[in-house]
Design a protein around this ligand. Sequence first.
Ligand SMILES: Nc1nc2c(ncn2[C@@H]2O[C@H](COP(=O)(O)OP(=O)(O)OP(=O)(O)O)[C@@H](O)[C@H]2O)c(=O)[nH]1
Ligand SMILES: [Mg+2]
Length: 388
Amino acid sequence: MSAFAAVTTGKGIGAIAVIQLFGDSAEIIIKKIFEPVGKKPLVFKTGEILLGTINTGSETIDQVTLGCEGPGHFAINCHGNPLIVTDIMQLLQDNGAALLTTEEFLAKIFSAEKPSGQIALEAKLALLQAKTIQGTKIIVKQINAGLTKTIEKWLRDINTISLEQIKTGAEQILEDSKIAKLLILGCKIALAGPPNTGKSTLLNFLAGRQKSIVTDIKGTTRDWVSVQCIIGPLHAELIDTAGLDEAFGDTIEKASQQKAFEILDEANLVLLVLDNSQPCNQLDNHLLEKITDKKILTILNKTDLPAKFDINKLPENLTNTVQISAKSGAGIEELLEKIQQACGVVNFDLKTAICFTPRQEKLLKQLKNTRSNQQALSMITELVKGPA
Ligand SMILES: Nc1nc2c(ncn2[C@@H]2O[C@H](COP(=O)(O)OP(=O)(O)OP(=O)(O)O)[C@@H](O)[C@H]2O)c(=O)[nH]1
Ligand SMILES: [Mg+2]
């Protein structure tokens, strides 16, 4: 006999909070702690809502409505004061319920609903984490199309398809998943470059408010500053960093530059902001070395001033450029387009087969390196059914 409980509304103060209880012994627990108004005999019918109180035996904790969600599944709608919620959770635990996080709880409910396979179950859970509507759509498409369809085809054709085809297919899914991940979980975009090029001005323009301090003194930004913004289908965290220049020297500047490099390491895309009104020698070698492996979009800023920058002198990996004036907003539309292109999300087909959990990713990586059809078959089966 077991029961599981979780708070399924958001954390913090609210008018109401919902605590859900599920499992073989859920009904027994509810009978112990819930008293209906009017002391009617307790009969639970799926879909019914009862008004009553939650009691410890010696005292009443709260007046609640109790939703009968299904056999052994209840929703206690209590008042949203976190202290009341904690007391009810404690009472449920004292009566034998295991306390779970929302995700853990939903995983139990979804598995009990017997979804049409492991991928459908994982999709339901992954939907909770998606940052954009586009992201939720991609996940939903994996249930009846996308990943599921590809796997079903592999299984159907397992005797005729070559191992090479399966391996290439797995590789393609892993590649496409990198783009889908940006759409589902959001992306980090770092603004980097030499001091005084207009990184903070650009961040403020994109944020629509004065989030970062702007001055004409080199080294104004020290600590990093970030804002969340929507760029087409992307949920992006834009991060302004300290200007990078080897000539700089005090301890604080070194620390802020170190932090800037750490941010660059984690970024999905680097916006390298250069000053179009200054000559090319502003490019710092140390910075160039640090971003060799990154996706880079080079921004030539301050186009409202006379140009001194020779675009032809840019190294090969920096030639994806866009010209803007962060001060006037000229070129910003093109910049937003180019960010989406650089992230590969323009016209991304939502039905593309992708993986969206670490379990799926691990199995696809194994599949990519598999050496026999037999091994491939067991990996594909595990992918669709979950661990044996
Ligand atoms: N004319 C012109 N000036 C700009 C533009 N963008 C920024 N500036 C000016 O350039 C100076 C530096 O701007 P910031 O945004 O602080 O530059 P930064 O790259 O963040 O500088 P650090 O934090 O020192 O690395 C300020 O005086 C801005 O007003 C632009 O598009 N045109
Ligand atoms: Mg700055």
